[in-house]
Design a protein around this ligand. Structure first.
Ligand SMILES: Cc1cc2nc3c(=O)[nH]c(=O)nc-3n(C[C@H](O)[C@H](O)[C@H](O)COP(=O)(O)OP(=O)(O)OC[C@H]3O[C@@H](n4cnc5c(N)ncnc54)[C@H](O)[C@@H]3O)c2cc1C
Length: 418
């Protein structure tokens, strides 16, 4: 059987890997001139890899650890205790450990250590938090930290879906960085596969006879089945045309999800700007979250990355690239009381304006719990993968994307009777 896989991000590569292992003929069609999609490791910015997309392994029990072990990769742990600084709402600087010990209201927004009532249908996460008694200050902490990580403003996100993510017990604890860079993982997944780069898919014709894909350069590819891993933003934009149109259920699934806005701003400093053990800063300003990919490495200088989502990201992007980078630097200078800080290089990775992503990662819109499962449902000969189609607690992650690729590969093999 010939199978087309659309997209060489982690979902596409994992589907193609499994299908190739099962002996199928697989061709991966990728619009960019590189692999990895939203996992984008750059080796030309510093003396060590810098992540412009996904950076962390979220959880000590997730499936990507199998690859870490298999490839013998090294890991840096981010414990979020004494090495992370928090600017409290009252202006104090505390370490994360001190903040949690000294302020139980803050601690609740980090640990979620209490029983939470079931959200109501259609309730946004922000409305839910207010209803269950979070103070205005606690909600501000949630917006700054968990809300930012969620990838979109908490007023827009379904409360039940948000709680699924927070209360995810399957993935384990902690956040970990790959010393060799995430590229080690996606390059290993891609090994031996037939991957066509610079192949911008424009039209997917599907039916009982199989699938035909038309690319922007006029090339056509045929297969008995296809795995679609296009990012939610691309699917929603209509940039890729499906003939015939997708079924109503699939369109409803797409309408029930929202592509969040996430960006990264990366600053390279010749000298350390904090004490060397400091790994992260939770700021009261915009950007709200900073971390240092150089922490824990024996390298000269320091690199700091700002991770910004939702309204925070839109506010910065409205300033244009230079304006956003300057605003980020000004905020860092103000928080550290260091007006003299001057990076030797700075970068904005603008995922929402990247035509092959059109956003950061997906969230479930308030009132649309279950949309991810609908997006995942096979419509043979089309099969669906990609982070947006992951189980709710795994969506918006690398391990989630990986698992959707494996799921789609298994679905194709079952459908074809293998
Ligand atoms: C800023 C940021 C930070 C993140 N941080 C983390 C993190 O720390 N940890 C974590 O686990 N996750 C993180 N994520 C989420 C993670 O990156 C994604 O969930 C995951 O990489 C998605 O993989 P995917 O294969 O579903 O999609 P993608 O990686 O987007 O792959 C889809 C592929 O389709 C291609 N494509 C698009 N249009 C076309 C077309 N017309 N024709 C052909 N190909 C096309 C794209 O170029 C891309 O390669 C982050 C994401 C962002 C944006």
């Amino acid at each position: 059987m010939t199978i087309l896989v659309i997209g060489a991000g982690v979902a596409g590569l994992s589907a193609a890997h499994d299908l190739a292992q099962a002996g199928e003929a697989v061709t991966v069609l990728e619009a960019r001139d590189r692999l990895g999609g939203r996992v984008y490791t750059r080796h030309d910015v510093a003396s060590f890899p810098i992540e412009f997309g996904a950076e962390l392994i979220h959880g000590d029990r997730v499936v990507t650890w199998d690859w870490v072990r298999r490839l013998g990769l090294h890991i840096l742990n981010w414990p979020k205790q004494d090495e992370s600084l928090v600017r409290m709402e009252d202006g104090r600087w505390l370490t994360m450990r001190q903040a949690c010990d000294q302020d139980p209201d803050f601690a609740l927004t980090r640990t979620w250590a209490r029983d939470f009532p079931t959200p109501q249908d259609g309730e946004s996460f922000a409305a839910y938090l207010e209803r269950v008694g979070f103070s205005a200050e606690q909600i501000r902490y949630v917006r700054r930290s968990f809300g930012n990580a969620l990838g979109e403003d908490i007023d827009l996100v379904d409360a039940r879906a948000a709680l699924d993510e927070i209360q995810d017990k399957e993935s384990g604890k902690g956040d970990f960085r790959l010393v060799e860079g995430y590229s080690a993982f996606y390059n290993a997944l891609a090994e031996g596969l037939d991957i066509r780069l610079n192949c911008v898919v424009q039209r997917i014709t599907w039916g009982a006879a199989g699938v035909e894909v038309l690319c922007a350069d006029g090339q056509r590819h045929q297969g008995q089945a296809a795995v679609v891993t296009l990012p939610l933003g691309v699917l929603q934009s209509g940039a890729v045309c499906f003939e015939p149109e997708l079924p109503v259920d699939k369109q409803a699934a797409l309408a029930g999800l929202r592509m969040g806005a996430s960006i990264k701003m990366i600053y390279v400093f010749e000298q350390p700007i904090t004490e060397p053990h400091i790994m992260a800063i939770y700021s009261r300003l915009n950007p709200p979250t900073w971390w240092s990919p150089s922490a824990g490495r024996d390298v000269p200088g320091q690199v700091w990355t700002a991770f910004i989502s939702g309204n925070w990201a839109r506010q910065l992007l409205a300033l244009g690239e230079e304006g956003a980078l300057q605003a980020g630097l000004d905020a860092l200078r103000q928080e550290l009381g260091r007006p003299d800080l001057q990076p030797v290089a700075r970068y904005l990775q603008n995922w929402p304006q990247d035509p092959f992503t059109l956003g950061g990662y997906s969230v479930v819109k308030a009132g649309h719990y279950g949309a991810r499962e609908k997006l995942a449902a096979p419509t043979p000969p089309l099969f669906w993968a990609g982070e947006a189609s992951a189980r709710t607690h795994q969506a918006a992650t690398v391990h989630g994307a990986y698992l959707t690729g494996r799921r789609a590969a298994a679905e194709i093999l079952a459908w074809s009777g293998r």
